[in-house]
Design a binder for this molecule. Structure first.
Ligand SMILES: Nc1ncnc2c1ncn2[C@@H]1O[C@H](COP(=O)(O)OP(=O)(O)OP(=O)(O)O)[C@@H](O)[C@H]1O
Ligand SMILES: [Mg+2]
Length: 518
């Protein structure tokens, strides 16, 4: 045994010596250029034997198990490619949506070509050997994509191809995305959850678009331009040092399309909508949490801001009343519930403003905030000053331009002999697009006759509205005149009383004076 080991050692020793010798000879007798060449050749030889580079993209990155953005983008990119390319596919129902998405199965390889460069993608997964019990099936399964390409294409792949994949993948995700309508409500279920409000969502499927929105074409174009500029403005906002968000104030009478406009905006930009109901938000802290939880590319809407936010004054009153109540109550449980009630909706104007342009507003850009109101004059100027609400959009009564859009949408009519009369009436009468639309709704299936009937009905409705308006104006004028008359009479009466008093005083003085003299 020992002998053998000794033999081996001596063998190894002699081999080493031989290698050293050859190397020394090599160094000594081959010129350095040749040595370089030989080394390079050796490397080339091994490259020739296996000239490919592998890059893996894991599903999760970092300690906090954050899902890798690259992985998702690649997944989308490949699902687009593989449904026509790969032979073994995996079907998945996209969350919250009815559509089916096909992606490549594990260990399947698909070939992609980019600028004449060929490369291969494969989906892989590793399952851990130890069969530990886990609450989440497949929780410790690791999934990753592998990209294989030729060494000579390294420049193209790392330079442009990968960023192309990421960009494409994100764009596909944006297209496929089921948009959501979030609303804040009190958490249901167990009592511990009842104290805070959370976002719940449904699929956002409002059909309104800017094409179906009845309003002045010029105004519409301006708003669309503004929205596009905003959504492409990442660099611009970074450059000027402002948080990437924009505020819109939509104001106008009920039924003029404010809510419809919000839906059209969301459809136009492909954004989610967060419908924030301020009255159910308990306090500023909760408001902040809710707003931070909103995602990128979203529109946050606060409807009827004048009604939902008791602009501080009224709230103070409420508090005082509660305090009085409490004095009367001795029992602690009702006192507690009172206390809870008191806490209800303690959102203040300053809390809201702080969020809109305070330091928190910069958390996650790409947010549009929309306020709607029927009474713009009631709002606190602090809330709507420029910079906070960047754009004020008035939604007004239906005029001829807006009517044409509605006629096209509802009746599929571009022009009609009755349009002239309707145009004139609309200029003289204030009717909301909602009312006009109501008159244009077909009762039965599409029929030209019926279209005309609708227009005639609309004319009648406009005439009635006009008459009512003029009657009301007359009535108002009459009341105004009466009021003025009354005021005048009262003033005269007061004046005469005053005169009487002065007259009395004068005569009293005269009596007195006379009395003194005499
Ligand atoms: N400008 C418009 N273009 C197209 N449809 C409109 C327009 N305005 C109103 N409508 C129609 O009238 C209905 C009511 O409109 P919407 O809810 O948008 O009004 P609003 O201004 O939000 O009213 P409120 O102030 O009461 O909330 C909508 O369903 C829509 O079909
Ligand atoms: Mg509305």
């Amino acid at each position: 045994m020992m002998m053998m080991k000794g033999e081996q050692w001596s063998n190894l020793g002699s081999t080493m010596a031989a290698i050293m010798f050859v190397y020394a000879m090599f160094r000594q007798y081959f010129p350095p250029q040749l040595q370089d060449y030989i080394f390079r050749y050796g490397k080339k030889l091994s490259n020739f034997m296996y000239p490919y580079i592998h890059v893996t993209f894991d599903e999760f990155i970092g300690e906090r198990m954050k899902k890798s953005e690259a992985f998702s983008a690649i997944q989308n990119y490949l699902s687009d490619k593989s449904s026509s390319n790969a032979k073994r596919l995996k079907a998945d129902v996209v969350k919250d949506s009815q559509s089916l998405v096909l992606s490549m199965d594990y260990n399947e390889e698909i070939t992609d070509e980019f600028n004449g460069v060929k490369l291969w993608w494969s989906a892989n997964r590793t399952t851990p050997k130890s069969q530990q019990f886990s609450f989440y099936p497949g929780a410790d399964e690791k999934r990753f994509y592998t990209l294989k390409f030729h060494k000579r294409d390294r420049q193209v792949i790392t330079g442009i191809y990968l960023s192309h994949v990421l960009k494409q993948g994100k764009a596909i995700a944006a297209d496929n995305r089921q948009r959501k309508l979030y609303s804040n409500g009190t958490g249901q279920g167990w009592p511990g959850n009842r104290s805070s409000t959370t976002w719940t969502h449904v699929a956002f499927e409002h059909p309104a678009t800017f094409d179906t929105l009845a309003m002045d074409e010029k105004k519409k174009r301006e708003i669309k331009k503004d929205l596009v500029k905003f959504s492409n403005g990442k660099e611009y906002y970074a450059k000027i040092g402002k948080a990437w968000k924009r505020g819109y104030l939509l104001y106008g009478p009920p039924g003029t399309g404010k809510s419809t406009m919000v839906a059209a905006m969301a459809n136009f930009l492909n954004y989610d909508v967060y419908d924030l109901e301020l009255t159910t938000v308990k306090n500023n802290v909760e408001l902040r949490r809710l707003l931070i939880e909103t995602s990128n590319k979203s529109i946050i809407v606060i409807e009827d801001i004048d009604c939902s936010l008791d602009l501080t004054g009224q709230r103070e009153e409420k508090k005082k009343k509660k305090k009085d109540d409490k004095n009367e109550e001795g029992d602690p449980i009702s006192a507690m519930s009172k206390n809870e009630e008191r806490k209800e909706s303690e959102v203040t104007l300053s809390g809201l403003l702080n969020f809109i342009d305070g330091i928190w507003s910069a958390c996650g850009g790409e947010r549009i905030i929309v306020f709607t109101t029927n009474h713009v004059e009631k709002l606190d100027p602090a809330l709507i000053r420029r910079g906070r609400m960047d754009k004020h959009i008035e939604m007004s009564y239906c005029r001829f331009e807006a009517f044409k859009v509605l006629a096209k949408n509802y009746l599929d009519i571009d022009s009609h002999p009755l349009f002239g009369e309707i145009g004139n009436l609309l200029e003289e009468t204030d009717m909301t697009p909602a009312d006009v639309a109501e008159n244009l709704m077909l009762n039965s299936d599409d029929d030209e006759e019926e279209g005309e009937t609708c227009l005639k009905n609309l004319i009648e409705a406009l005439k009635t509205a006009k008459e009512e308006a003029s009657k009301k104006a007359e009535e108002d004028a009459r009341l105004e005149a009466e009021k003025e008359q009354k005021e005048k009479e009262e003033a005269e009466k007061e004046q005469s009383v005053k005169e009487d008093v002065t007259q009395d005083a004068i005569s009293a003085k005269e009596v007195k004076d006379n009395g003194v003299i005499h």
